[in-house]
Design a protein around this ligand. Sequence first.
Ligand code: NAD
Length: 366
Amino acid sequence: MLAAEVAALTKSGQVVWVEKDAGLRAFCVDEDYRASGAEIRSRNEILKEADILLGIHGDCLSAAKNKTFIGVYSPLYHLEEIDGWAQQGNTVFSLDLLPRTTRAQSMDVLSSQASIAGYKAALMAACTYARYFPMMMTAAGSIAPAKVLIIGAGVAGLQAVATCRKLGSVVEVFDTRPAAKEEVLSLGAKFVEVEGAADASKAGGYAVDQSAEFKERQKQRIAESIKKADIVITTAQIFGKKAPVVITKEMITTMRAGSLIIDLAAATGGNTEVTKDNAEVVAGNVTIIGNSNLAAAMPSDASKLYGRNVLNFLKLLISKDGSLELNLADDIISSACVIKGEEVISPIVKKNMVHGNVTQLHPEQY
Ligand code: NAD
């Protein structure tokens, strides 16, 4: 949270403590927080004495007792740790579980961070690729525009489409949700339809796992497109599950020398057979960059948007007299609440704890 969001809290009468140097990477120094009415304290002091703890990742969840935590704890990727969190008596809200509804839009941390990641992925591709993105007409001859293939047209994918189009490249897009088609076309890109995708209408806007036949058909279509692509940006995710592998090693061997794949789904297993999270892999003459944390490459705006999301969520929890009020009849509050009173109350987390159908991946990311 940056100083402006802290000021909104202090103005409404809340006492705000900020950990020393918490905003340094986002260019918000302790003096800025003090000017917005906050006090600077040590992490230990905050963990011991604050009532509500705002953060991002879950490294402090086991270090404090009887607090209210708000962050992005990705519980579906941390199932084996949840009983430990519950034993601390903390109430835990994880904002990645918010419903993707109009009312929850101003709190939607997945969207605010994915939008930055998609934008950065396009810029990273343009900077790393050894050729032009736009068509260039020069006295020495013309250069054709780069061909970009984007797999997954959710928030990150659409932002990557928009940015790649602004940079002058030709863009082709795959998604399993038919609703994505219109958005892709409106950005001036081509949407490649693959027949027979599973109905995702009851999955809260998210994609669902596909049949073996569909996966095979989709692979054939992607194989045709990838041969012609210079850049591939993959963002395909299935909420709470391992990412689908949509690009095989064999497909990569058909790509033009110097081509580039940026895999934003790396932390949940990756969309290619060769992706390694937080690493660059060279396969033949193709480079595959696995990075699901590109929002962190734009720390100032990422923190600003994240802070606003958290502030908007907090407004639902804090009553007019300034006290904490958990109205679990509100679908936004109940969806985000993982643990209350030492009990895991999130239905989706409980279901996954019983069935254990989530692959545990990359704990440093989630
Ligand atoms: P996500 O990160 O979960 O997935 C990224 C994209 O990958 C999705 O578009 C998904 O359909 C696609 N995908 C999954 N498997 C695929 C496969 N095998 N091949 C190709 N593509 C595949 O998505 P997200 O960006 O978090 O968005 C999730 C949904 O929420 C979207 O429907 C989005 O429109 C919706 N949304 C709604 C709101 C709102 O109304 N408030 C806000 C943000 C997002």
